[in-house]
Design a protein around this ligand. Structure first.
Ligand SMILES: [Cu+2]
Length: 109
């Protein structure tokens, strides 16, 4: 009986470890007043960054043209979220295709 309980506890611990190894974290980057906030974010490889348009009625358009990790969210209306999973390590300059001064640096390690 006691051994069974220990075995069950060990199984539960193993399951938790497996869950932790695969669980991805989520970071949020807001776009407000034509500025990304925060302007720099660091995540782990495989994490997701959610880009949120908090800018009234302005359109945004988040993209990276870095050949190591390129993506394009398309036009993003106000209030809309666009999740991007960063699968490649490195430091990436993420910009808005509509507002050239907007820049957020995403470090993936
Ligand atoms: Cu923009």
């Amino acid at each position: 009986m006691r051994n069974t309980r220990l075995f069950t506890a060990a199984l539960a611990a193993a399951a938790l470890c497996a869950l932790g190894a695969t669980a991805q974290q989520v970071a949020t980057v807001s776009q407000r007043s034509r500025v990304f906030s925060p302007r720099a974010v660091t995540v782990a490889q495989g994490d997701t960054v959610v880009f949120v348009n908090d800018d009234g009625e302005l359109l945004h358009h988040v993209y990276s043209d870095d050949p190591r990790f390129a993506f394009d969210t398309g036009e993003q209306p106000a209030g809309v979220q666009r999740p991007v999973r960063f699968t490649t390590r490195g430091v990436f300059d993420i910009r808005c295709g509509i507002h050239p001064r907007m820049l957020v640096q995403v470090t993936v390690r």
